[in-house]
Design a protein around this ligand. Structure first.
Ligand code: NI
Length: 636
């Protein structure tokens, strides 16, 4: 984005450039009360209306606008502003007194430093024999909303603590159980230090860093990905085309990667697709652990936490990267190099048939286009992988890796809410509950959602041999009807059908959402965390399109009360038949840690698939060229 996108290649949905972020910040500084001392939670593209996007042709004038969330550390709330970059003015500003800004990366160390400077905290460490405070770490968790009077109206972080054996040692092998603190992020004031319990701190080192590995296996030879003629996709600014797919890549500080205007064979499928929330509820009632219910998208902004990717390590093959320009807290521009990776992967066999009578074989190889980013949220890494397949399938996969969040236990006594991963180190039971927002446009905006269930016919005159079963469809006609749970017993999936276009056999063209990784929520909807996570209690929500309804746990999630978000969006029970609709899919990981998840967690995955159903008149893969890969060889 910064420096890589000539202005001629800016498209209505291109992310803000570094220059545009600077311009938006300057307009806010001059254009709102006390703007000079404002801090910036978010500067992002204000996406133009769909009609404007669709009418746009390269070279047309663009009215670029930004949303800016500004705040001041000496007063509560957020001022939400709309800024016209084209006209150089603040178009609107609304002060939201109850909104609490997200936690910025720069504040992670500010919180830790405030805690470690507090005499009560130093004394608590000393009581445990820790005297070198440089080795102590305090992870800044969002505080949630637990109705604590002292925290009301403040922007609070709640910390959990660890201690390294020495400077480069793996901190999460040495949890300090029972030591927590709360900090006012804006003032640096330590509101409380809580020091209870005497669970011993496990001391054994468990390092994964290459500097500690005395034995490195020697039995793996290189695998090279060779693309002698280059890649098969083209990237112009943020417009991407590959095979018969076209789409626009977006990025913002909150969601990270976003995909827009996804079409195949010149026909629209999705107007917008992104991961709009992730909540990680931990299952231990002990000590301060009930406060571990973090919303990584809404409380931190996962786009801010994206890593610069490394060629040949994170990404193999012929790679194109896109940089991301984001705002820092004080209005500066922060550019993440190589934030988004685009490449192709061989996917094995696409299809094959051997005709035993003719003794002929036809086989074609599959490949997919991968659009990915990797974010680090404290101890965890989340790899986001969107896959486009040649047969029209769109797939999303999360790869969760990094380090499980640890606490300490008496060796051999982990209790019921976690797994002792190594002696004295407890990995608590938890979930990662994501929400995908899928703004469908299956052959246009007029779409209808249906649920598909398979059931056996009762044995009887119509089913004399007991073999009959059939799939039935139920229209999800309104938002209330479209609050649905997955059901493996009926092989349930949901279909999004065009209200206007039909295929060769006369049925509406459609895409289906295959829910492969739903999670059963175990937090109570009546608890302080469950009240704020209403979206997690359905696997599917469908809403009538409203540009303002963007996030399933609400526009401002940090310390929220749960009154905003999907449960509120569907109260009006809007009609959904043949309309512009948005599907929200809840999915994730039910994570009971294994000893093998420590000291570093091999990737575990979850996701979902979107597949054409009668969208094409045939397999859409007959035209793949027959080819023999010349670089393959007989080994040994
Ligand atoms: Ni996990």
């Amino acid at each position: 984005m910064d420096g890589t996108t000539p202005i001629s290649e800016v498209y209505p949905l291109s992310p803000l450039t570094a220059e545009e972020i600077q311009e938006a910040v300057a307009l806010i500084r001059a254009g709102i009360p006390d703007g000079a001392s404002a801090r910036f939670e978010m500067v992002e593209l204000a996406e133009p209306p769909k009609g404007v996007v669709r009418r746009f042709r390269p070279g047309d004038p663009l009215n670029r606008e930004a949303w800016v969330n500004a705040y001041h550390i000496d007063r509560p709330g957020v001022t939400r502003c709309r800024v016209s970059l084209s006209e150089g003015k603040v178009v609107s500003q609304t002060h939201l007194p109850d909104a609490v800004p997200m936690i910025a990366p720069v504040e992670f160390m500010e919180v830790e430093n405030a805690v470690k400077a507090d005499p009560r905290f130093v004394a608590a460490c000393a009581r445990r024999g820790i005297t070198d405070m440089d080795l102590v770490t305090a992870d800044p968790w969002s505080a949630g909303n637990f109705g604590i009077a002292e925290e009301a109206g403040r922007r609070v972080s709640h910390v959990f603590c660890w201690v390294r054996n020495e400077a480069n040692d793996h901190q999460y092998a040495h949890p300090i159980d029972g030591l927590n603190a709360t900090v006012d992020i804006n003032t640096g004031e330590v509101l409380e230090v809580r020091d209870v319990g005497d669970v011993p701190i496990p001391k054994a080192p468990w390092n994964y860093d290459r500097r500690y590995q005395e034995v490195v296996r020697q039995d793996l030879r290189p695998i090279n990905v060779v693309q002698p003629e280059g890649v098969s996709f083209t990237l112009e600014g943020h417009r991407l085309s590959w095979a018969d797919w076209t789409l626009q890549i977006g990025f913002n500080a909150r969601e990270g990667l976003t995909l827009h205007d996804i079409s195949i064979a010149g026909r629209p499928v999705l107007y917008r697709a992104s991961i709009v929330e992730m909540m990680v509820p931990y299952g231990s009632p002990d000590g301060r652990h009930p406060r571990k219910n973090v919303f990584d998208v809404g409380e931190y902004g996962i786009g801010r936490l994206v890593n610069p990717l490394e060629l040949g390590c994170d990404c193999l093959g012929a790679i194109r990267y896109i940089d991301a320009a984001l705002n820092g807290r004080d209005g500066e521009v922060e550019t993440i190099k190589n934030a988004i990776c685009i490449h192709e992967e061989d996917m094995g066999v696409a299809w094959k048939h051997y005709d035993f009578r003719l003794d002929t074989t036809e086989v074609r190889r599959a490949r997919r286009l991968v659009i990915s980013t990797i974010a680090t949220v404290g101890n965890y890494e989340y790899g986001y992988y969107w896959y486009l397949h040649l047969d029209g399938t769109i797939e999303f996969e999360i790869k969760a890796t990094g380090v499980i969040n640890t606490t300490a236990c008496e060796p051999g006594k982990p209790g019921p809410y976690g797994v002792e991963v190594v002696p004295g180190v407890l990995g608590q039971i938890h979930q990662h509950t994501f929400c995908a927002r899928l703004d469908w446009a299956v052959d246009g905006d007029a779409n209808t959602a249906v649920e598909c269930n398979t059931e056996a016919e009762p044995m009887g005159p119509a089913n004399p041999y007991g073999n009959a079963y059939k799939m039935g469809e139920t229209v999800l006609a309104s938002e209330a009807e479209a609050c649905r749970k997955a059901d493996q017993a009926s092989h349930r999936y949901w279909k999004f059908k065009s209200a206007e276009k039909t295929g060769l056999t006369g049925l509406p063209t459609a895409y289906k959402l295959l829910p492969t990784d739903v999670v059963t929520p175990y937090i109570s909807p009546d608890g302080p965390s469950g009240r704020r996570a209403g979206y997690t209690f359905q696997d599917l929500w469908v809403t009538a399109y409203d540009a303002e309804e963007r996030f399933p746990a609400g526009e401002f999630v940090n310390a929220s009360d749960g009154s905003d978000g999907l449960p509120a969006f569907v109260v009006g029970d809007r009609d959904l038949v043949g309309t512009d609709l948005v599907a929200w899919h809840t999915f994730g990981l039910h994570h009971i840690p294994r000893p093998e998840d420590f000291p570093v967690q091999p990737c575990i995955t979850c996701g979902f698939k979107l597949m054409p159903v009668g969208f094409f008149d045939d397999s859409h893969l007959r035209d793949l060229p027959w080819a023999r890969n010349a670089a393959s060889c007989h080994a040994g």
